[in-house]
Design a protein around this ligand. Structure first.
Ligand SMILES: CSCCC(=O)C(=O)COP(=O)(O)O
Ligand SMILES: [Mg+2]
Length: 230
């Protein structure tokens, strides 16, 4: 039995299509106006400069915007892009242009685990501010109060075992007491290497070809949170 739950977002609590078809296009469209209006703010400039540096420096804002839009199209999990996306989505949530998708089974399970005293944490490629916005404006209402903490790629990449070791250390509990839920086997492999328990959340809405047998990489498989034995 796990004592702590660590969950991914996209493809796990929430649909991949909401992220790809709603959030990413919104950020892509809003980016040029955002850079023009807020590019001078240090908290924004820091990330624009990081993108320019990663492209060999000497990039003007128009080039940086083009690079970022290319990264959105490629679904790059770059920390600077993820931080900027979080700032872009804030307006969308505030204006009620969209609310964050959450699978109907996920919110009740999160509430039940929380009520049973299981601390819940998030680990997503989305920035921590983006995660808070996401669960603060979900289809099931404001779920932020259920979570004890939030982790993003500032802890390291999701396919690297050291990231999960850092997260266990930050939580202050043995890795073996943490159950990581994700739709991506490479992330689960890295978590298992660090000693975490794992469940492959194999949502047929997102992955029409069920991952069975060898495709599970030996991780316990669940088609919804209702099937997760936490
Ligand atoms: C919470 S922000 C929206 C999701 C996002 O940008 C993303 O990259 C999700 O990746 P995940 O690690 O949750 O699969
Ligand atoms: Mg995911």
């Amino acid at each position: 039995m796990a004592r702590i739950i660590l969950t991914d977002i996209e493809g796990t609590t929430s649909s991949i299509s909401f992220v790809k078809d709603v959030l990413f296009p919104y950020a892509r469209r809003a980016l040029p106006g955002f850079v023009k209006a807020r590019g001078h703010e240090p908290a924004v400039r820091k990330w624009l400069d990081a993108v320019a540096t990663d492209n060999g420096g000497m990039c003007d804002d128009a080039m940086v915007i083009e690079v970022l839009q290319g990264w959105i199209d490629e679904d790059r999990k770059h920390t600077a892009l993820k931080a900027l996306q979080g700032m872009l989505w804030a307006d969308g949530y505030r204006n009620a242009d969209f609310s964050a998708h959450i699978y109907p089974d996920a919110a009740p399970a999160l509430r039940a685990w929380h009520a049973a005293g299981l601390p819940l944490y998030v680990y997503s490629s989305g920035s921590v501010p983006a995660q808070r916005l996401f669960f603060g404006h979900s289809d099931a209402g404001d779920l932020t109060g259920l979570f004890s903490g939030w982790f993003d790629t500032e802890m390291g990449g999701k396919r690297e075992a050291d990231s999960y070791r850092r997260i266990a250390e930050a939580i202050g509990q043995p890795a073996g007491d943490i159950l990581f839920l994700s739709d991506v086997v490479e992330e689960l492999d890295a978590a298992r290497e660090a000693g975490l328990a794992t469940v492959l959340v194999d949502r047929l809405e997102d992955y029409p070809q069920p991952r069975l047998g060898e495709a599970t990489h030996g991780h316990t498989r669940a088609e919804s949170f209702a099937q997760v034995d936490a």
